[in-house]
Write a protein that binds this ligand. Structure first.
Ligand code: ADP
Ligand code: MG
Ligand code: MG
Length: 910
């Protein structure tokens, strides 16, 4: 018989931390905490297999489940010494979702299950606290209504109907907090809530505890497929098939009085990575009050030692024990019942890129983990390194803003980074605005955020909330997304109906600019001057010394480990000496792609002259004018790279990018000029330009097809390359140029170009009396080239996968035209990723694999790289490691990310 239910409690557990796939992260860690002797209320976990069954069988449960749940429930009753549904000694449960990977706040949880008009009286008697019993009851009816009966708000300005009733009650009693409501008020609320359920859901609130618990279990499994959970999974690449587990756990109470509390904590700060236990707590409160961000909680590190010294000591001990055991920063949820701490959850903490680097380096320096553990993908997602390179606010700019009276307020700095943008108050509006204006940054300003706001948060550059603490939903999610975030900024007054934000005596409107410094928590009106990040100041601008920046020093220590373990080389795509210098500062080991056409755009007259020319002679005349510019550009690059390999691609784009009817229209004198240069008639010029028009330029006269039809172009480019190389070699710098032919599919295409390149090289060498080593290779960017790689590699000395074109040509999807359907494809899970951002491994990736295998079958030591946009995407870099490429090449700022990803994959596949 399948075991669907796993028990934990009283020092023993069926499961453990390794069983996340089956028990979910929450369930597996509850079991593990029981095993290492931490105080955890007893309970049991319904496995993810139940969830899978549930969805495969029309939302029903396996037949044997009922009995297994009943047995586990009885066992919890025995351990807790109380009885579910009892009218004198009642036991209450929570029912909690928990997937394999944590999806904070995306799914549902119900607390205080088992309460009804009878058990509430018994609970009051048993705890000697009538108020807290009724407080728990009203929470239960509310959660049951919201979660199980789906009475969520219908209109974004309306608010949760139960919260509205609560607010009225608070007003009526003249109190600020729910915890100050009288027993009478709570009793009235329970009645009102039940009435709300009856009118809105059309049925009675269920009084039978067994019915309640099954209702909650169904809701938890049902929440796996709610919209926000689906969006979250798509964002973070979590498969929809995994399913969630459900945890049914005995309740402990944080709302029995002032010696009780509920809270969340981190074993060290996860915004900046500073060591020391920290977190939020609320006295005399229950469950999600802290995370929901409705009340701004107190800080554990500031006041808990005074409020509850015993509990504070227990928490610190637990924190140390957890870090030692898990060797990782933990994010915990706990409840203090009468000065005793109960653990309700632990998981590896989500952190910003800043914190990720600091924590990983610190844990190594503290001796808790090794260098190779520090580099694990889950500790530092490679992409997160980019946060360390983002601009920060210039202190001078902040000072100026302050003296201009633009300082507005200060909140809790929950996510580092600088964000200036237009104010948006609603997530859906932020999302819509972003779609229309992708280049305008948005700051999402809200009282608090909830899981429904996820899409809007994704669209925003920064997130600012009036309430909530460092563990509120807003803080947690923005930390994970790497967004600038400030929470608990109580000075701002957000009014959703008038769409205004009142602060510091001013009224800002939706659409006004606001700036927020996520490092310090400061908020400014308008925009604030930014400057380069510390890492860039040290490495690139050299305006800061390494010893002045702790952030840089940790970055450098980490990258030292990275270079020790990675196998893939990392090059950069650069066309100018400036880009090349920056890339070298970030650790680039060569240039993987220099696009020569960028240089042509600076000399449009000459190239247009060449294009219009009708005879070889006039073309050569024009090309002769281009030669010195190309040569100077290449020489600059060779000097910047100082002996590192430089791959130069011959002219690639269709000629009409340089000259088309559009250009003639925009520049009325252009045709005239061209006629003069070439000696053609005006009509002939216009006809010539008209001929360049193509119906499908991506598949038109471009790539090596240009150099084949106009061999003098290739000859000129090759001459520029070799003359520059000779010149720089004479200056004492070693140069090994790698000349790359674009878009070849037939070996004959490659051979045609190779012949011109080698002949030009010989001619330059004999003219200058200097010879040097060089390579002639090809891009692999049409499927035919990969399939016939064995033939091509007999002549080509290196390959470079041009995965942008290879994706276009393999999928027959044009990158210029996929906009209208790619969004729909992603939303409907037609394809798992945007294939132009991350390699389609099963399709394009397999074509690459074929190219590698067949290429090396005829040239064993064939050097192979990748120079498409994918070279800076961590998942694609890892794939390139797996298929045995020699290097990846990416834009300068992605170089550190590619290095880290390469090291991570080298270690993971050891
Ligand atoms: P989420 O995944 O949204 O964090 P949880 O299942 O962790 O949802 O529940 C949220 C909060 O509810 C917990 O942090 C805890 O404060 C409270 N809670 C859950 N189960 C219990 C319990 N058995 N006793 C007391 N509080 C509980
Ligand atoms: Mg939780
Ligand atoms: Mg290409």
């Amino acid at each position: 018989m399948t075991q669907y239910v796993y028990y934990f409690g009283d020092g023993v557990a069926d499961g453990d931390a390794s069983m996340k796939a089956l028990l979910g992260g929450k369930g597996a860690n509850l079991a593990e905490m029981v095993r290492i002797g931490l105080p955890v209320p007893a309970g049991f976990t319904l496995t993810t297999e139940v969830c899978t069954y549930y969805y495969a069988n029309n939302r029903t449960f396996p037949q044997e489940l009922k009995q297994q749940v009943l047995e586990a429930l009885r066992r919890v009753e025995r351990v807790m010494g109380a009885e579910f549904g009892s009218s004198n000694n009642p036991l209450l449960f929570s029912c909690r979702s928990g997937a394999r990977e944590s999806m904070p706040g995306m799914m549902d949880t119900v607390l205080n299950i088992g309460l009804n008009d009878t058990t509430v009286e018994a609970l009051a008697k048993q705890t000697g606290n009538e108020r807290s019993a009724w407080d728990s009851y009203r929470r239960f009816v509310q959660m049951y209504g919201d979660v199980v009966l789906e009475l969520k708000p219908k209109d974004k300005t309306e608010g949760d109907p139960f919260e509205v009733a609560l607010e009225h009650k608070r007003e009526k009693e003249g109190v600020k907090e729910d915890s100050q409501l009288s027993v009478k008020a709570l009793k009235e609320l329970v009645t009102e809530f039940k009435q709300l359920i009856k009118t809105r859901a059309g049925k009675d609130f269920p009084t039978d505890p067994m019915e309640q618990v099954w209702g909650a279990i169904g809701a938890v499994f049902g929440s796996w497929m709610n919209d926000r959970a689906i969006v979250y999974r798509r964002t973070y690449g979590i498969p929809h098939e995994w399913g969630t587990a459900a945890n049914v756990q005995a309740m402990v109470f944080g709302n029995l009085g002032d010696d009780c509390a509920t809270g969340v904590g981190l074993t060290r700060d996860c915004a900046l990575g500073t060591p020391g236990f920290c977190g939020d707590y609320l006295i005399n409160a229950q469950g999600e009050d802290v995370v929901a961000g409705i009340r701004t909680p107190k800080r554990i590190e500031e006041t808990l030692s005074k409020d509850m010294p015993a509990a504070f000591a227990q928490l610190n001990d637990i924190g140390k024990k957890l870090e030692k055991h898990y060797k990782e920063v933990q994010d915990i949820e706990f409840t203090i019942q009468r000065n005793k701490v109960y653990m309700l959850q632990t998981r590896n903490a989500k952190r910003t890129g800043f914190a990720a680097v600091r924590i990983a380096v610190d844990l190594v320096n503290e001796g808790l983990i090794s260098e190779t553990e520090a580099l694990q993908k889950r500790r530092i997602p490679a992409d997160d390194l980019s946060q360390l390179l983002q601009p920060i606010f210039d202190p001078a700019g902040k000072k100026a803003a302050t003296s201009e009276g633009r300082f507005l307020a200060k909140g809790i700095n929950a996510g580092p980074g600088a964000a200036s943008g237009v104010i948006c108050l609603f997530a859906d509006e932020a999302e819509a605005f972003h779609e229309k204006n992708p280049n305008v940054d948005i700051v999402l300003v809200r009282k608090e955020t909830s899981p429904e706001d996820l899409r809007g948060m994704k669209a925003a550059k920064g997130i600012l909330t009036a309430t909530g603490g460092a563990s509120s939903h807003a803080a947690l999610v923005s930390r994970q997304m790497g967004k600038a975030c400030i929470v608990g900024c109580s000075a701002i007054d957000v009014d959703y109906t008038t769409k205004t934000v009142k602060v510091a005596g001013k009224t800002l409107k939706d659409g006004d600019f606001i700036s927020m410094d996520g490092f310090s928590g400061e908020v400014f009106e308008g925009q604030v001057q930014t400057k380069a990040s510390e890492v860039i100041q040290v490495l690139v601008n050299k305006t800061m010394k390494p010893e002045e920046s702790e952030t840089y020093r940790r970055y450098a220590q980490l990258m030292g480990w990275v270079d020790k373990y990675r196998k893939l080389r990392v090059r950069t795509n650069a066309d100018t000496p400036g880009q090349a210098d920056e890339a070298v500062a970030f650790g680039a080991e060569g240039i993987g792609l220099c696009r020569t056409e960028h240089m042509f755009f600076d000399h449009l007259d000459e190239i247009r002259h060449m294009i219009v020319a009708e005879t070889k002679e006039t073309r050569e005349e024009a090309l002769a004018k281009l030669l010195p510019f190309q040569r100077a550009d290449f020489a600059g690059l060779f000097r910047s790279m100082n002996g590192r390999p430089v791959t130069i691609r011959l002219l690639d784009p269709p000629l009409h990018e340089f000259l088309s009817d559009r250009h003639l229209e925009e520049q009325p004198d252009l045709a005239q000029k061209l006629a003069k240069w070439t000696g053609l008639s005006l009509d002939a010029v216009k006809r010539r330009v008209g001929e360049l028009h193509e119906a499908n330029p991506m598949l038109g006269h471009r790539g090596c097809r240009l150099g084949i039809v106009y061999p003098e172009i290739t000859a000129m480019q090759a001459r520029a390359i070799f003359e520059a190389a000779v010149q720089v070699k004479k200056e004492g710098i070693n140069v090994v140029p790698e000349v790359m032919v674009p878009l070849a599919g037939f070996v004959t295409e490659f051979k045609n170009q190779e012949k011109i390149i080698r002949a030009t090289a010989e001619s330059v060498f004999s003219q200058t009396g200097v010879t040097l080593e060089y390579l002639v290779g090809t891009m692999i960017e049409v499927p035919r080239a990969a399939i016939r790689a064995d033939q091509i590699a007999k002549d080509a000395e290196f390959f470079s996968f041009g995965t942008n074109d290879l994706t276009q040509t393999t999928l027959a999807i044009s990158r210029d035209d996929y906009g209208p359907f790619i969004g729909f494809y992603r939303e409907n899970d037609i394809i798992p990723n945007d294939p132009f951002q991350t390699i389609d491994q099963e399709g394009v990736g397999d074509v690459m694999r074929i190219g590698v295998e067949r290429g090396r079958s005829s040239r064993k030591d064939l050097k192979i790289g990748i120079c498409g946009e994918h070279g800076g995407d961590p998942a694609s870099v890892m794939f390139c490691h797996d298929i045995g490429l020699n290097y990846v090449s990416c834009s300068p700022r992605r170089v550190p990310i590619a290095r880290l990803a390469a090291a991570q994959q080298a270690l993971a596949s050891k």
